[in-house]
Design a protein around this ligand. Structure first.
Ligand SMILES: [Mg+2]
Length: 365
């Protein structure tokens, strides 16, 4: 099974409601969808959404990295040389983690297809279903309460709230949602770098004193401020999770070495695919630190890949894989299916994806 062609297309998927965080507002999900084609007629699927404010990757930069730089380096390689292909993907250029992730996912898909192995089995096969939270967008407290109630009615038992724009308003938002949700719903927060270290400690302590029972708080401070992250972790009781500070295995090694956080949010688009993401999970496991599997606003291709690693790996204890549930439409045929707040892993080989409706080649030049 040799790689003979790599093709890039774009899929646009309308959202149920706009997605708002401390960093951006998005009305329509756009995902770059890659096909890696082999000489025996198999297609491996991969994807990369543009997240310029997070990874720095735009669709044009991802497409160019795949078509002009990384792609030519892996054309002609045999899928049985999986590790050699993955190394070449990672080492053919620096940064560009979304482009690397798209190709890495497609190569894993092809390996699973060749040996008729569902990817979650390849990664360990611990669970056939995993539970995801649902993210509530930033908004007025009343709107966020309404959205939270809707999510609970739909079967979600874990909510993730976006905060980090105004600390006083954040506390009002969380208090209102805790009152509406009752004591048994798990609430985790994501500040998306929105606070200064001391402001974060003050705000989190006020939430602790108010008995809001927050499960964890993601990325309270700026991505580059690892000392600030450690300061927050050391001065509050609530578990602190690194997200934008934790891209590569090297970043995570540093965070673990200085004990800067209690939890790591792994995302394929930050790590550069399933290979580096597995390394992060192993390092965290060895350090006694749990991971959450997260995602971008992306199609079910990346969600199925992320769910496959998470379902196989004991270090990944929680999941924030709700992107497909935020979308009004699903063009991906196959992959994971849903049962309320659970993702059910496909039993078909690889990602179990057979086609993408409306896929069209994209000429990015
Ligand atoms: Mg986050």
């Amino acid at each position: 099974m040799k790689i003979t062609d790599i093709r890039v297309g774009i899929v646009r998927i309308p959202l149920k409601t706009p997605f708002v965080t401390a960093l951006r507002r998005v009305d329509m999900a756009e995902d770059l969808v890659v096909k890696v084609i082999t000489d025996d007629g198999h297609t491996g699927w991969g994807n990369a959404p543009a997240t310029v404010v997070i990874t720095g990757d735009s669709h044009a930069s991802v497409a160019s990295a795949i078509k002009d730089t990384i792609g030519p380096q892996i054309l002609g390689m045999d899928i049985d040389d999986r590790e050699a292909i993955l190394q070449r993907i990672q080492h053919s250029m620096v940064h560009n983690t979304s482009a690397k992730a798209a190709l890495d996912i497609a190569v894993h898909d092809l390996f699973g297809q060749k040996y008729r192995l569902p990817l979650y089995r390849f990664f360990g096969g611990l669970r056939q279903r995993i539970t995801s939270d649902l993210t509530i967008s930033l908004g007025e407290p009343e709107q966020m309460v309404q959205d939270a109630q809707k999510a609970i009615q739909a079967g979600y038992t874990n909510l993730k709230l976006k905060v980090g724009v105004d600390a006083a308003l954040d506390i009002r938002r969380v208090r209102a949602i805790r009152q509406a949700a009752g004591p048994h719903i798990a609430i985790r927060l994501d500040a998306n770098q929105g606070w200064k270290p001391k402001e974060a400690v003050r705000t989190i302590r006020r939430m602790e004193d108010a008995g809001l029972n927050i499960e964890s708080i993601e990325q309270p401070v700026a991505a580059s401020d690892t000392e600030g992250l450690k300061f927050v972790t050391d001065h509050v009781d609530t578990p602190i999770m690194a997200d934008e500070s934790a891209f590569s295995p090297g970043d995570v090694f540093h965070l673990l070495a200085i004990r800067a956080c209690d939890l790591i949010n792994i995302k394929l688009m930050k790590a550069g695919g399933l290979g580096p993401a597995s390394q992060i999970a192993s390092m965290a496991q060895a350090s006694g630190i749990d991971c959450m599997m997260g995602c971008m606003l992306e199609s079910k291709i990346g969600i199925t890949a992320a769910a496959s690693l998470s379902a196989g790996n004991p270090a990944i204890a929680i999941n924030d894989l709700d992107a497909a549930d935020l979308m009004a439409d699903d063009p991906i045929i196959g992959g994971i299916s849903y049962d309320r707040n659970e993702l059910i892993l496909p039993q078909a080989p690889g990602l179990g994806i057979t086609d993408v409706a409306g896929w069209q080649e994209w000429d990015y030049r």
